[in-house]
Design a protein around this ligand. Structure first.
Ligand code: J10
Length: 271
């Protein structure tokens, strides 16, 4: 996920779910009279940070810092969205936390990022350490999503398999979980969060056309492959999607994708 322009134009599903999560938990957010410091983990191109998140935070915030593991995404976000109080920096949330970021934020947000992280404990520990005591965090991430089954099926195929080596690295840690909420709750308690709320909702999403599905998949494709291979890969991808009955025709033009997308929302307080 390194093409910021492509992601910016094809992330309606991610934006819809980020908005749902912000609306679901807006009442629980406690803001200071002024001067809140806010971090958005996995900011990507920065559009969710500035278009959605900013609508939910008080105007008198002190700092809004977006961070992402991708240098290209951060560079794009800084060019398009940086101002006096909003900026973007490179950070691997599962890696070593820079000292200056520790206990530095009143609120941490993250949307559609944590399902890419294998070491959940390291990432959530870092999230805890970023916050001041009593700091709050709000996250949305994928549990089960058929997109991961499609990757697994294609990884086994003779034609595409060689481009999908190490496919398990890119499967949500909760894709195969029967009770993801319980698993997450247990980990959050171990880390030390209090007031833990974890919800899991089944969702679907309407795309305008197969071309829109193709672009959305391309925008988050974690496998590197040449452009000509990608076009072929997408033909196979959409064939698997059809074989698995993952898309329905709606009004003959739109497509409803993935009736079994499970989206997890987490609200946590640093004790
Ligand atoms: C940052 O965004 C993401 O991590 C999003 C992911 C992994 C979900 C992408 C799902 C898409 C594009 C829907 C695919 C459609 C199907 C019919 C399987």
């Amino acid at each position: 996920m390194n093409n910021a322009e492509l992601y910016e134009g094809n992330n309606n599903l991610q934006k819809r779910d980020a908005l749902d999560c912000l609306e679901e938990f807006a009442d629980k957010m406690m803001w200071k009279r002024s001067g809140d410091r806010i971090i958005d983990i996995g900011c990507g191109d920065g559009s969710v940070t500035v278009d959605l998140l900013k609508e939910f935070i008080p105007e008198n915030f002190e700092l809004l810092l977006g961070c992402d593991v991708s240098e290209k995404m951060v560079a794009f976000a800084n060019v398009h969205h940086k101002n006096e109080r909003t900026s973007f920096t490179v950070l691997d949330i599962a890696g070593r936390l820079p000292e200056e970021l520790r206990s530095n934020f009143n609120h941490a947000f993250s949307s559609y990022t944590f399902h890419w992280i294998k070491d959940q404990e390291a990432a959530f520990n870092n999230m805890f350490d970023l916050l001041v005591e009593g700091g709050q965090c709000l996250l949305t991430l994928l549990g089960h999503n058929p997109v991961f089954d499609v990757y697994r099926i294609l990884a086994e195929s003779n034609k595409c398999g060689c481009w999908l080596h190490g496919v398990e690295r890119f499967i949500s840690p909760y894709h195969d979980s029967q009770y993801p909420e319980q698993e997450i709750r247990k980990l959050m308690k171990k880390i030390g969060f209090t007031d833990i709320v974890v919800t899991c909702q089944e969702k679907s999403f309407i795309y305008d056309s197969p071309e829109a599905v193709k672009k959305a998949v391309q925008a988050v494709n974690p496998f590197s492959m040449p452009k000509e291979v990608f076009d072929d890969f997408m033909i196979d991808y959409l064939n698997v999607v059809r074989d698995m009955n993952l898309i329905d025709e709606v009004n003959n033009t739109n497509l409803r994708a993935g009736r079994s997308i499970y989206s997890l929302s987490l609200f946590l307080v640093q004790s």
